[in-house]
Ligand binder design. Structure first.
Ligand SMILES: Cc1ncc(COP(=O)(O)O)c(C=O)c1O
Length: 393
C-alpha cells in the first residue's frame, strides 16, 4: 500500500507546541514532532477505544510488555524478557526516575553536549553534579560528523569533585542524528563498567533509521553491560504520537528494576490508557510498512536539505543524520555581525529553528532543523532561509 507524506495537515487550529509558539507568518521547524498523521492502525485502535466510551485507570498488560520485549529481539537480536519492561509516561520522566534510582545527591551525571536540553536540566532536578564529555565535530567540506573523544570522556568521569553515578547516553544522538558504532559503544560501556557508573541509554530515536544505518542497544553488547543499564525506548517519535506520553524502561537486572519502580512511584504515576493502546499496536509490527515508507521519506528530506545547504548556503555546515528527523547546522561562518542565527532567521526568514545554545557547549552559533515535514514545507522553509541569506550584508 502506498503511503503519502506530502499531504499538508493544517495543525494551526490545534494546541500544537510547534505551531502555536510563533506568529502565523513564521514556519516552525523546531520542536521534535513531525507533521505527519500517525499510522491508521494506531488511529483505528484509539477510535475503537473511544467508541467503547470508558477511559478508566488502566495498566500495562502482559501482551504489551511482551510486544516491547519481542520488538527488541526482532530488531536487534537482544533477548529481553517481558518482566524487564516497565511502562513510563514518556522518556523525560523515565530518565528523571532513573537518576533518582542510581544517583545520590552530590554525585555526578555525565552527558555529551551538544545534547537534548532536558539532559542538561536533569542534574539540577535531582541534586547531581553535571559532568560533560564534549562531542567533537569533524568537518569535511560542508558536512559535519560528530565523534566521541575518549580522552575527554575519561577526563569527564569523576570530574567537578563528584563521583560519577550515571552516564546518560543519547543514541541516536539528538541533535546530531549520529548513531554510535559497536566499537564506540563498547569503549564507553567498558569505561562505565570500570568506573562503576550506571548507564541510562535514551534510545527514543532508535527506530527512525535513515538509509542503511543500524542501531545497536548498548545493553545488548554483553550481560555485564546489560546488568548496569537502563534502556529507554518509546513509540512516540517513530509513529508521531509523542503527545500521548508513553515510553518503556527496559531493566533486565531485577534489583535495579525494583529500585527504578520505587523511585518512579515517588515521582510519576500511571501511563495513560490511550497511550498503552497506541504502544501495543506500534510494537506489534502492524505498522512496519508505514514505518519503512516514513523512513524513505525522511531520508529523501535529509538528502534534499543537505544538498540544498551545499548549493545555497556555502558558509553553513550541516550533519548528515543517520537517524532522527533532526539536522544540526553550524552557522558560525555566516557573516551575521554578531547576530544569533536563530534570531536572524526568525526575523528575516520567518523560519523558527531551535536555538543551538539550548543544547549546551558546542551549540553556540548553531540551529537545529526538524525536517520531519512535507517536502513542500521543507522547501518553503529553506527557500525563505536562502532568500534571507542573500540579503545578509
Ligand atoms: C533524545 C530525546 N529524549 C526524550 C525526548 C522526549 O521524550 P518524552 O516526550 O517521551 O518525554 C525527546 C524529544 O524530543 C528526545 O529527543
Amino acid at each position: 500500500m502506498p503511503y503519502d507524506f506530502s499531504n499538508h495537515l493544517d495543525r494551526t487550529g490545534t494546541a500544537s507546541l510547534k505551531w502555536t509558539q510563533y506568529p502565523k507568518d513564521v514556519l516552525p521547524v523546531w520542536v521534535a514532532d513531525t507533521d505527519f498523521a500517525a499510522p491508521d492502525q494506531i488511529l483505528d485502535a484509539l477510535k475503537n477505544r473511544l467508541d467503547h466510551g470508558v477511559l478508566g485507570y488502566e495498566f500495562p498488560q502482559a501482551s504489551l510488555l511482551k510486544a516491547v520485549a519481542d520488538r527488541m529481539i526482532k530488531l536487534y537480536g537482544w533477548q529481553v524478557e517481558p518482566e524487564a519492561v516497565v511502562a513510563t509516561p514518556g522518556i523525560i520522566a523515565a530518565f528523571n526516575a532513573a537518576a533518582w534510582t542510581v544517583g545520590q545527591p552530590g554525585q555526578g551525571l555525565l552527558t555529551q553536549p551538544p545534547v537534548y536540553p532536558p539532559f542538561l536540566a536533569l542534574a539540577g532536578n535531582v541534586g547531581l553534579v553535571n559532568q560533560f564529555a564534549q562531542l567533537r565535530a569533524e568537518t569535511h567540506e560542508h558536512v559535519l560528523n560528530y565523534r566521541i573523544d575518549f580522552d575527554d570522556f575519561r577526563g569527564a568521569l569523576h570530574s567537578n569533585g563528584a563521583r560519577t553515578a550515571m552516564f546518560l547516553l543519547c543514541n541516536p544522538h539528538n541533535p546530531t542524528g549520529q548513531i554510535y558504532t559497536r566499537a564506540e559503544l563498547q569503549r564507553v560501556a567498558e569505561l562505565c563498567l570500570e568506573h562503576e557508573v550506571a548507564i541510562v541509554s535514551d534510545e527514543i530515536h532508535s527506530e527512525l533509521l535513515l538509509g542503511e544505518a543500524r542501531h545497536i542497544p548498548i545493553a545488548s553488547l554483553s550481560p555485564e553491560i546489560e546488568r548496569r543499564t537502563i534502556t529507554l525506548v518509546a513509540p512516540s517519535k517513530t509513529y508521531n504520537v509523542p503527545g500521548l506520553f508513553c515510553g518503556f524502561a527496559i531493566i533486565p537486572d531485577a534489583a535495579l528494576r525494583e529500585r527504578f519502580k520505587k523511585a518512579s512511584d515517588r515521582l510519576i504515576h500511571h501511563v495513560s490508557s490511550l497511550s498503552l493502546i497506541a504502544a501495543e499496536v506500534a510494537y506489534s509490527g502492524e505498522c512496519d510498512a508505514w514505518l519503512a515508507a516514513l523512513r524513505r521519506q525522511l531520508a529523501a528530506n535529509r538528502d534534499w536539505v543537505v544538498d540544498f545547504v551545499r548549493r545555497n548556503l556555502p558558509e553553513v555546515r550541516i550533519t548528515v543524520p543517520q537517524a532522527t528527523y533532526l539536522a544540526w547546522l553550524d552557522c558560525n561562518r555566516l557573516p551575521l555581525n554578531g547576530r544569533n542565527p536563530y534570531e536572524f532567521f526568525l526575523e528575516h526568514a520567518k523560519v523558527a529553528f531551535n536555538r543551538g545554545e539550548d543544547f549546551g557547549a558546542g551549540g553556540e552559533g548553531f540551529v537545529r532543523l526538524n525536517f520531519g515535514t512535507t517536502p513542500q514545507m521543507l522547501e518553503e522553509a529553506m527557500e525563505r532561509v536562502k532568500r534571507s541569506h542573500a540579503a545578509i550584508g
